[in-house]
Design a protein around this ligand. Structure first.
Ligand code: MLT
Length: 209
């Protein structure tokens, strides 16, 4: 990648002809840019896919921001990394020729958390977001205006990492900012299940194409 935007190792899958949506695929801790590529077509067939690898390493495992312990995030790093990712997406839109106003994040776990941080800190980056097993990444001093933005939060009822109260808190924060939030609960733990994909497909199917 040229210019001043931060360089992320990434995959770009161009859209099918006539398809204007782009999915921003954001993997979980220890994943990489290949992880969620099968998920994109299952959720939004034909959409372009931009899939970066997180630039933070935790004992060799890629992540999108630093954490101090399980569920305890380094908020200064969240702010810094969300900025880097937003700049990367804006730059990639120019490089690959996709519409920067038609980007939907699809994030799992740590990827869902950085997507939530993008909504809270750099909302211009995302038109919508599907957040699987998401937590509150930080509490900004001032909420952004998220009116018109749609968010799916899909959580596992028996997830040992994301407590129900945490999910409710994220949903109410995003609703407080004006986003249209759907909070879905799956019979699942922290791992993704087919019902998550079904929920995202149904949710995206009702979104403007
Ligand atoms: C993870 O393992 O990725 C956590 O549950 C979420 C995070 O650290 O962002």
């Amino acid at each position: 990648m040229t210019g001043s935007a931060p360089d992320f190792a990434h995959r770009w899958v161009p859209p099918a002809p006539g398809e204007e949506r782009t999915l921003l695929l954001l993997h979980g801790t220890g994943g990489n840019e290949d992880d969620l590529l099968p998920l994109g077509p299952a959720i939004a067939p034909g959409a372009g896919q931009l899939s970066p690898r997180g630039r933070v390493l935790e004992r060799g495992m890629p992540r999108f921001f630093r954490r101090l312990a399980e569920g305890v995030f380094d908020e200064a790093d969240v702010v810094r990394r969300a900025g880097e990712l937003a700049d990367f997406v804006a730059h990639a839109a120019g490089r690959y020729g996709f519409d920067p106003t038609r980007v939907t994040a699809v994030g799992f776990s740590n990827g869902a958390n950085i997507a939530a941080a993008l909504l809270l800190l750099r909302p211009e980056t995302l038109a919508a977001a599907a957040l699987f097993r998401a937590m509150v990444p930080l509490r900004p001093a001032q909420l952004p205006v998220l009116r018109g933005r749609r968010v799916l939060i899909s959580e596992g009822r028996t997830d040992p990492i994301v407590a129900a109260a945490e999910a409710e808190s994220l949903a109410s924060m995003l609703r407080g900012a004006g986003a249209e939030v759907t909070l879905a609960w799956q019979d699942a733990g922290h791992g993704l299940v087919g019902a998550d994909v079904d929920a995202a497909r149904a949710w995206l199917g009702t979104a403007a194409r």
